[in-house]
Structure formats: C-alpha cells, structure tokens
Design a protein around this ligand. Structure first.
Ligand code: SF4
Ligand code: SF4
Length: 258
C-alpha cells in the first residue's frame, strides 16, 4: 500500500491549477488538485534487514499495512504526523531519505503498546518503533535520546554490580543529561517517600548510596553478561554496516582539502 494520505504528500508535489480547462470542462480551483509524480533513486535496499536486526524489529516483514497500529496509537492521537504504519511502509520499501524526514518525532513512542495489541499480524509495532529509534542513533542521524542514556546507565549499573541503586542511577542520569539534581518534582517525591519510609529501610537506602553494594559472587555473571552485550553490539554494527560507514566518512574527510 503506497503513500495514500494527503497529509503525507510533500506540499511541493501538490499542484492546484487556478485556471484549467480540460476537454472544454473548466476544472480550475482547489478541488482539481494533482499530485506530481516523482522518481525515487536513493533506496537503501538493506533498510528492512537493518531494522529487523535490531531488538524489536524482528517481525517487521509480517506487516500488511492495515493501519490498525496508527489508528490505535496514543501519540498519533495528538500528533497526526506520528504514523507507525507509514514508517513501517517506508522501511520495507527502503525509502531511507523519506524516513529521515520524520527523525525528530520517531523517538516519541511512549511504549503504551496499544499498537501491539491492535496488530493482527504480530508485528510488534512498538518494538519496531524502538528499533527504528535505535537505528537512527546508531547511524548517527540523531543523538542518543534521554531514554537511551537512562537505559545505558541502568545497564551499566546492573552489569557492574548486579544490583540497582535508584539514587545513583538518577544522579548519574541527571549528570549525563545536564539536568539539575534538585528539581521540584524530585524534591517533593523524596519528601513524600521519606514521610512513609520505615526507618530501617531508610538507613539501608542511605548506606547503599554511600557504599556501592554488589551481588555476592557476581564476577562470573558480569563477565557472561558483558560478553553477551559485546556480541550483540558487534552483530548490530555489522548488520548496519557501521564499520564501512565510518571508513567512508574517514576517506571523505581525508579527500577534502583543509
Ligand atoms: S507503543 Fe508507541 S507506536 Fe505503539 S501505540 Fe503506543 S505510542 Fe503508538
Ligand atoms: S497493525 Fe500491524 S499489520 Fe497493521 S499496519 Fe500496523 S504493523 Fe502493519
């Protein structure tokens, strides 16, 4: 199913003739709008495979473009430009440059999973949205989003210690993203938690913030997880041809005069 929504057609490709007569019939005016055809030559034929290689994108090939994901989407309800069905279509067609036009909003999926429950083909559109956002970051089209930076911090702490210490995650996340620690909502939340927190638990949380607790005997698990994460990252980089892209960018930079 091609681009079938007028809102998705580039404005410069919509032609309205103020004065037009065809076979003696006056068809002037807004209702006789035409769509100018165009030729797309910059396909990325590997785009579907690249998205499918990332976590969440594995089942993109099942999509039959029914549009149930977009119709049920929480974000689409407030921003009609947020359109999972359309993006899945572009990915499957390899239309990378078209996809990149929406790179500033694709990461806005709130993971409500309404699309996942609505999808009759088990595509897991929520996963595809995550894979697409991840793809944008890996290819350097967008900087790492705050949610990715949070995931990085969370993962690093689990791998290092086998435990989660929420206060440390928040502190490090705020530091990485340049946010002040003393934010009104956080202070208010801390006050409310402190009012109801059992004393013993409060002491344990305070100690955990000072000494970094680790799961006993975590060394082997840490090595296994780190190895697995390394393997997956290498697989993703290979699927997206990142080494070749870096090489091409270096060659390009070297070829340019200073
Ligand atoms: S998970 Fe994302 S894409 Fe799916 S309905 Fe929710 S906001 Fe929309
Ligand atoms: S609901 Fe599923 S099959 Fe339908 S367009 Fe969305 S992803 Fe494709």
């Amino acid at each position: 199913m091609p681009i079938h929504e007028k809102s998705l057609i580039r404005p410069e490709n919509l032609k309205t003739h103020e004065n037009l007569v065809i076979d003696g019939v006056d068809v002037s005016g807004h209702w006789s709008t035409f769509i100018e055809s165009r030729v797309v030559t910059d396909y990325n034929e590997a785009l579907e495979e690249e998205i499918a290689a990332l976590p969440g994108g594995e089942h993109i090939h099942r999509c039959w473009q029914c549009g149930s994901c977009t119709n049920s989407c929480t974000v689409h309800a407030v921003n009609p430009d947020f359109n999972p069905r359309y993006w899945i279509y572009l990915i499957r067609m390899g239309m990378e440059s078209e996809l990149l036009r929406d790179k500033e909003i694709m990461w806005q999926c709130v993971s409500c999973n309404k699309c996942t429950y609505a999808c009759p083909r088990d595509v897991f559109p929520e996963g595809v949205m995550k894979a697409a956002a991840h793809w944008l970051e890996l290819k350097g089209h967008t900087p790492k989003s705050k949610s990715t930076l949070f995931d990085d911090e969370f993962t690093a702490q689990v791998v290092q210690t086998g435990k989660i210490e929420e206060g440390r995650i928040i502190r490090n996340f705020f530091a990485t993203t340049g946010q002040p620690l003393l934010q009104d909502w956080l202070v208010e939340m801390a006050k409310r938690v402190a009012r109801r927190l059992p004393v013993k638990l409060g002491i344990m949380m305070g100690l955990a913030a000072l000494v970094r607790p680790r799961t006993r005997g975590w060394g082997k698990a840490r090595a296994a997880i780190a190895e697995y994460v390394g393997e997956q990252e290498a697989r993703h980089r290979k699927a997206l041809g990142l080494a070749e892209l870096v090489e091409a960018a270096r060659a390009d930079a070297g070829a340019k005069p200073n």
